[in-house]
Ligand binder design. Structure first.
Ligand code: SAM
Ligand code: FES
Length: 329
């Protein structure tokens, strides 16, 4: 698709039904009907950065900080095995507590004990640290570039550097990770032109995974009171990403499910093929408060497993076989 066509398809004046139908067809032809389940471990909400949109930003005193011990992370990974999830995703703020060697040691333990593919989502690090984490056994890495609009990026992430974010994505690829990136949809000041550029960039970067969620204003951040992104825009972004990137793994994200009770189901019907059920300890979930209204914060991992299986059944889909590695390798 050309940039102009993408911009038109993002417009609320364009009927999304044909777009969603095409994305669903492309999804079936490229990645099939199976849905990959990745167990999400939110292992620390400490963060050294101050992104304007994010509830766990440094300096937010309203958030109760927590950090799982290596043993607790391992327990979560055991839960993933018990629930037959074929991957664990370890996500945190940019928490320097363990240092690269400490984090690598946790990765190694999870890998040795479970044998599962491990995805990390721990932010920006040096090329050497990424290499260390890769050799410790991490297979994949998620690092959203958040927006391709350089000006908007520096407004929203005042202590991050746009070029460094993309340098990190290149280092991750060089280190041999399967790489995921993504954006928020409906950020204040974000234009259809920049969102079309986001999608074209997903393709240019040859990403293995692309995550998209609507922006949800957090009252404990400088963006309190900003207008939220919409499910409709998020779904259009998912559908266009599927059509343009073809065989990437695309999750129906938690933010989609938080902005609308049917958000994840709708995403699975217009291009998405991955779900990331939460396997973090229930007591800490409420504190990984990126945005308000986040789903599954009171549930136990078993409950989320039952919920996603019921969701798949209602959609006539099933759990995908295998580890759900990139289809590009
Ligand atoms: N610290 C790592 C990083 O920044 O890459 C990983 C964790 S970060 C909390 C995970 C993602 O949450 C971000 O990439 C961002 O897109 C999303 N997020 C944070 N605040 C959000 C908000 N208010 N609305 C929607 N998504 C949000
Ligand atoms: Fe932690 Fe943005 S606030 S990386």
């Amino acid at each position: 698709m050309e940039r102009d066509e993408i911009i038109k398809a993002l417009s609320p004046d364009t009927d999304p039904a044909p777009l969603f139908a095409l994305a669903d067809k492309v999804r079936r032809e490229t990645v099939g009907d199976g849905v990959h389940l990745r167990g999400l471990i939110e292992f620390s909400n400490y963060c050294r950065r101050r992104c304007y949109y994010c509830g766990i930003r440094a300096g937010n005193t309203r958030v109760r900080r927590y950090r799982l011990s290596p043993e607790e992370v391992l327990d979560c990974a055991r839960t993933a095995v018990r629930l037959n999830y074929n991957t664990v995703v370890m996500q945190s703020g940019e928490d320097a507590h363990w240092g690269p060697a400490g984090l690598a040691a946790v990765v190694e333990r999870v890998k040795t004990e479970t044998g599962l593919p491990i995805t990390l989502s721990v932010g920006e690090h040096s090329k050497e640290d990424y290499r260390l984490l890769r050799s410790a056994g991490a297979d994949r890495f998620l690092l959203r570039f958040e927006t391709s609009d350089r000006r908007l990026f520096s407004m929203l992430k005042p202590d991050s550097d746009y070029d460094n974010r993309f340098r990190c994505l290149a280092w991750l690829k060089e280190a041999g990770f399967q790489v995921g990136s993504g954006v928020m949809a409906g950020l204040p000041g974000q234009t259809a032109e920049s969102m079309a550029d986001d999608i074209l960039l997903f393709k240019k970067l040859e990403l293995d995974m692309v995550g998209i969620g609507p922006f949800i204003a957090n009252p404990d951040t400088p963006m309190a009171g900003a207008v939220n992104g919409t499910l409709d825009l998020g779904l259009r972004m998912v559908a266009l990403t599927r059509i343009v990137t073809r065989d990437t793994h695309i999750p129906a994200t938690t933010a989609m499910g938080s902005i609308d009770p049917q958000g994840r189901q709708k995403a699975l019907k217009c291009g998405a093929n991955v779900l990331m059920p939460n396997i973090s300890p229930t007591e800490h979930r409420v504190d990984y408060s990126l945005y308000p209204g986040k789903i599954c914060t009171n549930e136990a991992p078993e409950h989320c497993a039952g919920c996603v299986d019921a969701m798949l059944k209602s959609l006539g889909r099933e759990r995908a076989e295998g580890y759900g590695h990139s289809l590009k390798i």
